[in-house]
Write a protein that binds this ligand. Sequence first.
Ligand code: GDP
Length: 299
Amino acid sequence: LSRLKAGLSKSSNKLTSGIGDLFTKRKLDDEALEELEDLLITSDMGIATASKIVQGIAKSRFGKDISSEELKAALADEIVPILEPVTKPLNVQTGRKPHVVLVCGVNGSGKTTTIGKLAKIYSDQGLKVMLAAGDTFRAAAVEQLKVWGERTNVPVIAKETGADAAALAYDAVVQAQADGCDVLLIDTAGRLQNKAHLMDELEKVVRVIKKVDETAPHDTVLVLDSTVGQNAHSQVETFDKIVNVTGLIVTKLDGTAKGGVTVSLAERFGKPVHAIGVGETAEDLRPFEARSFANALVG
Ligand code: GDP
């Protein structure tokens, strides 16, 4: 919890100093509610979510005096029920050999780092893990995944730069089956600048994986950089159209005042949030937990 709090400190600092300014002890009237709503919007909760939360707080407390501590507790209480339905760890222990996880996201969102962190978590659990360097377009992405493979002692299937991503994914599933792997994590390209090409490539990756195992991919995880704020919404829409996103991992919550975007994503899409990234090292992928996230967010 302390790590999460430290991680979300920028979001919570912004919210709590705002709340402190607003509510040393104050009557919860229309003006106060409006200011609170603005504050929630600036912490990237989105307009619809901010309005819902403020209405929830007003319901029981309108016209009453409220201290900043009481207000923070009330805020957390409104946020928890939004987050609870999407709190769902990524379950890869399904007995499938392998359980195939396709990891998507725009370049720089933290895909490769997140795959490295997951590789560490699963291999520490005694699972046999394999990685596939499916972002074949960027030499740096392949190299970075190899570094994570060495660090976590997990094999990485890779090809030369520019190789066909679908062919690589195919080979990786075949190899993971042959080796009896429990989990195969497939990295993918994220060049949103060329949407048509990205779409073709990701669709082809999915199609080809199904030729080896028609039930795969078993999870399609979208990695979102929280620092992009509300832009994360359009990323969910874009990738969902291409690959049918089954869950989210939200990264870089350590460096942003936009942690509230997680709440607005939960409210709008209802997609499971599997984990959150709060730093660059292997230990910095944390389970997503509604109550501790809400508490950390309000400070
Ligand atoms: P990709 O292009 O989507 O594969 O993104 P990368 O995994 O290469 O990550 C881009 C940058 O973000 C790298 O410098 C990572 O170390 C950094 N990064 C990833 N996740 C986190 C996180 O949770 N917190 C912080 N502070 N940095 C992160």
